[in-house]
Design a protein. Sequence first.
Length: 195
Amino acid sequence: MIDTSDINKSRQNLDQYDEIWLFGYGSLIYKVDFPFLDKQPACIYGWQRRFWQGSHDHRGTQENPGRVVTLVQIDQNKDAMTEPCVGMAYQVSAEVFEHLDYREKNGYLRHEIPVEFVDGTIKQGLIYIADEANPAYLGEASISDIAQQVFQSRGPSGENRDYLLELARSLRALNAHDEHVFSIEQHLLRFLQSA
């Protein structure tokens, strides 16, 4: 199993930040198992959520990985830069990353990214992204195939379906529309109804 926790410890010098903002776009929106000083709805630009990352340690196993979200960059030639990726930003202390680096160890690397708050303020934030170069990356698949894998997968953190359903619910609570997430949710609900 891949473990990026040590790599992440060397990616940014957290002591140099006056304040640290973490941007969550997946389970970090709703599974807040870390202390924070403040939280605010926020968004980033140029990125889209995709259920293309394997979960071998939380929502699946090594033999049967689940699927969780990562971010992929939007093709700037398609004039889609105006579409925000909505999530939740948390102001945290540097100590929190001891836990978060371990939680996000299955292929996610910490990056800096501009985060825009509801009032238009933009601050530099930190974000975890699992790109296609990491060994846990599953890549693109049809909406139906992704939903089927989510429907069948479970791991130490629970059913993969609960991850998807909770993410969809949390995005609606933020008044965010995500066609990818909601399409997979609709397929999953059909699988659940016929089970």
